[in-house]
Write a protein that binds this ligand. Structure first.
Ligand SMILES: [Zn+2]
Length: 456
């Protein structure tokens, strides 16, 4: 078994071997906590969580850091609008993020560093960059000088001229070069700020990942991952800062980027807001089905996110849990089949792994002897373990219609049906009506809107 990953730095599939075989290091860019996050933001944590589990299995250990951006202009704006300190906003939405991730079966990283907890390290790194001539102070700001780093653009493979042309609109007067980016910026008295050699201010976004990766994982990390939308400028800037601050040492040996989710155009995303936020989705659908849906396409490809994809994932899990229910009389210890390890070794080929799971379940349904059933049940549970699926008791999966939480799920479905009708998506509205009917939920139209009750 040997793991091969698509390294976006070289644009090639490469054999992965960590610098320290006893403890690989992994850094994933985390959320900026000012609102509930979009399901698209869960794709990275889900798929790179599968990678984290695999690395722990193979190496016996892993140091995995995923940061929380808790100082940012969007946070400041939300705090000002609600008249509360930024910590009120960031504590609330960091907690919501952790809850959402837990609901999707994403295990917490080993470290979850917060930017505001690393201001000293950030300032020290900026000072090093100023001392090495890679950064300069101007009008209370400190900027990274892109021209000082010949490697700039090596990850995103952008032509420096092209990058500068893109940055030329509204160039701040204190920038020497239009592509230079902010490491530190001044804060007015009403904004959050920290004392620094350049006056009271706050860090730019990019520097926090460089400083926190170094603080927790060292100067060179094995794998840096995140959404492909972060490749430029965020990850390009992280490389520039880290490699210049650390005497040219490689910042990250492997770069992995996950593709984005497509929402089928503006109609769906506007009228059906509750198919986007994890917070709403996990109340409207079994969270495990959302996880399954996120793993259903290869992580580097875009994924078309739709109600149909969620429904199909629910049906697939119904079939798999149905198989496990039929095997309830058999005791089996989970064992991850080689076919699953091979699929994941192939640049985290989760669609292939899910196809293997379906094949194991189909074989289990046909198995004649108890030995055969035991072997296949152990494979099915093991395969599920590798992907973070099939770990509930079948009764819990099928019993999801009975809990109090379920009231919220039903209400969310009813809301989604109303939105679908309004958007003239009658196929979706009918599908929800049928789903509710199948669960014996009776709908009543009243002047106050739709009421519902459980039928018998
Ligand atoms: Zn980052």
């Amino acid at each position: 078994m040997s793991l091969r990953l698509h390294n976006n730095l070289t644009r090639r599939i490469e054999a992965f071997a960590p610098l320290d075989p006893a403890c690989p290091t992994l850094y994933v860019c985390g959320p900026t906590v000012y609102n509930y996050v979009h399901i698209g933001n869960a794709r990275g944590p889900v798929v790179f969580g599968v990678l984290a589990d695999l690395l722990r299995r193979r190496h016996g250990a892993l140091k995995y850091a995923r940061n929380i951006t808790d100082v940012d202009d969007k946070i400041n704006a939300a705090a000002a609008e609600q008249g509360v300190p930024i910590a009120t906003i960031t504590d609330r939405f960091a907690a919501a993020y952790r809850e959402d991730m837990a609901a999707l079966g994403v295990a917490p990283p080993d470290v979850e560093p917060e930017a505001t907890g690393h201001i000293a390290q950030i300032i020290a790194m900026i000072e090093a960059l100023v001392a090495s001539g890679n950064a300069y102070a101007a009008e209370g700001h400190v900027l990274f000088s892109v021209a000082s780093f010949p490697g700039y653009g090596k990850l995103s493979r952008r032509d420096p001229e092209e990058m500068l042309a893109g940055a030329r609109v509204d160039v701040a007067p204190y920038k020497r070069d239009p592509g230079d980016f902010v490491l530190w910026k001044p804060s007015t008295p009403e904004l959050p700020g920290w004392d620094s050699p350049w006056g009271r201010g706050r860090p730019g976004w990019h520097i926090e990942c460089s400083a926190m990766a170094a603080a927790h994982l060292g100067e060179t990390i094995d794998i840096h991952a995140g959404g492909v939308d972060l490749q430029f400028p965020h990850h390009e800037n992280e490389i520039a800062q880290s490699e210049c601050a650390h005497g040219g040492r490689t910042f990250a040996r492997f770069w992995l980027h996950n593709g984005m989710l497509n929402f089928g155009g503006a109609k769906m995303s506007k009228s059906l807001g509750n198919i986007e936020k994890i917070h709403d989705l996990v109340r409207a659908h079994p969270p495990e089905a959302l996880r399954y849906a996120l793993l259903s396409a290869h992580y580097r490809q875009p994924l078309d996110w739709s109600p149909a994809l969620i429904e199909q994932s629910v049906r697939t899990l119904d079939r798999l849990y149905g198989t496990l229910r039929d095997l309830a009389d058999i005791d089996a210890t989970p064992m991850i089949p080689d076919a699953i390890e091979s699929a994941l070794d192939d640049d985290l080929n989760t669609p292939q792994a899910l196809a293997e799971i379906a094949a194991i379940a189909a074989a289990a349904r046909k198995a004649a002897s108890d030995d055969e059933r035991r072997r296949l049940k152990s494979q099915l549970l093991g395969a599920g373990l590798a992907l973070g699926l099939l770990q509930q008791a079948p009764a819990d999966w099928f019993g999801r219609g009975a809990s109090n939480d379920d009231d919220a799920r039903i209400q969310a479905l009813i809301d989604e049906r109303a939105a679908a009708k309004q958007a003239r998506d009658f196929a979706r509205a009918d599908a929800i009506r049928d789903q509710l009917a199948a669960e014996a939920i009776v709908l009543e139209d009243t002047p106050q809107g739709v009421r519902w009750k459980r039928g018998s």
